[in-house]
Design a protein around this ligand. Structure first.
Ligand code: NAD
Length: 358
């Protein structure tokens, strides 16, 4: 099979980690006789430098025509003084909107070999952790009406949290379908004791659940969910929630796994189209030094294979290879501990590729 991937290398360590990930895809292609065709496109700071805007129309068009998008990271010190609406990071919001990426999927997987990096007590995470946070990405308070007004108490500002039934339904379906492929449990997180929008959220998620009798659904308020995530994270399988709660919970869940360099993500649109990227930023402090951990990006392409291309075996191969390399004690500097072997970006990529072929 032939798959077309639009590739945004971006800024800072973006090009370095993307290069290791596409080489991993090439290894998969060789092993399973697939063809991955990469079309490089500009976004972020490098696009500002080259064409004067962070998200050129040509990039949007190429991404829309592709089967999936792979993104490194954007941003860096060089562009930090630009006004907010001209900064490289604006490209991310633009891509989400233009590509209709309404569901953000962030797995929080604790690798046995990295259990020491987890800030929770060993007994809480014993036996490993495997949670997925499904966050609604294009609605809610970040996209609602906003403004300021004069009041007798001085200036006031407001941001409106609003969800439609259709918006909640499609993200709920994403979560239930994901749970069906996992441990068949969905926890929906809201604030239905206070917010009208949360009461609608809860009603719609409960209605959608009727179509998935094999999946258990429970509901938690956001404050309780944040607490449960550090008290007893093993109770969770798939967490589904709105944009603002998901922003916070997905960061909390990922912290449990220890290192930002290990965290992949997917943003999905209707159909199987998706944009895949590491959770971390462009890490300008280590760019160009062969110190970046490429595993978040490599695990992101594993998600691409699974969710967009339906290639589960190939995705498993990549994840197993990452586990094997960690079990053998190879570490990039960000996850290095005494007694393990410190290696660079390129070397760890090479070890992962060798594991895939072994
Ligand atoms: P960052 O994630 O880039 O870096 C935070 C810290 O983690 C740094 O010390 C960095 O060296 C380290 N780190 C990050 N990824 C790593 C990796 N793969 N391997 C080893 N160490 C890694 O966050 P930041 O410093 O807040 O932001 C830097 C730039 O990235 C900013 O311009 C920011 O706006 C941008 N950013 C982009 C994205 C994105 O493109 N999706 C996300 C977050 C931040």
């Amino acid at each position: 099979m032939k798959y077309n991937i639009a590739v945004i290398h971006g800024d800072g360590i973006g090009p370095e980690v993307v290069q290791e990930a596409t080489k991993v895809l090439d290894t998969i292609a060789k092993k399973y006789h697939h063809e991955f065709v990469y079309t490089p496109v500009l976004a972020g700071g490098c696009a500002i430098d080259a064409v004067g805007e962070c998200l050129p129309q040509a990039t949007i068009d190429t991404c829309k025509a592709a089967d999936a998008v792979l993104l490194g990271a954007v941003g860096g010190w060089k562009w930090d003084t630009l006004p907010g609406d001209q900064r490289p990071e604006r490209a991310l919001l633009g891509l989400r909107k233009e590509l209709g990426l309404f569901a953000n999927i962030r797995p929080a997987l604790l690798f046995d070999a990295l259990a020491d990096a987890c800030p929770l007590k060993a007994e809480i995470v014993e036996g490993g952790l495997d949670i997925v946070v499904v966050r609604e990405l294009t609605g809610g308070i970040y996209f609602g009406e906003k403004g300021t007004k004069e009041t007798p108490l001085g200036q006031a500002a407001y941001d409106v949290e609003q969800y439609s039934e259709e918006e909640v339904k499609r993200i709920a379906i994403t979560a239930f379908e994901m749970a069906q492929k996992r441990n068949k449990k969905v926890t929906s997180v809201d604030k239905a004791n206070v917010l009208e929008s949360s009461r609608l959220w809860r009603r719609v998620v409960t209605e959608v659940a009727k179509d998935y009798p094999d999946v258990t659904l429970d509901h938690l308020y956001i404050d309780n969910a944040a607490m449960q995530l550090v008290r007893n994270p093993k109770q969770f399988d798939v967490i589904v929630t709105g944009n603002i709660f998901g922003d916070i919970l997905s960061d909390e869940a990922s912290m449990i796994t220890g290192s930002i360099g290990m965290l992949p993500s997917a943003s999905l649109a209707k159909g199987n189209f998706g944009m895949y990227e590491p959770v971390h930023g462009s890490a300008p402090d280590i760019a160009g030094t062969n110190q970046a951990n490429p595993m978040a990006t490599i695990l992101s392409v594993a998600m691409m294979l699974r969710y967009t291309f339906g290639l589960s075996q190939e995705a498993d191969d990549i994840e197993q290879a990452v586990k094997a390399v960690l079990a053998k004690g190879y570490r990039t500097p960000d996850i290095y501990t005494e007694g393990t072997t410190k290696v660079g970006t390129k070397e760890i990529g090479e070890y992962i590729r060798s594991e895939i072929l072994s």
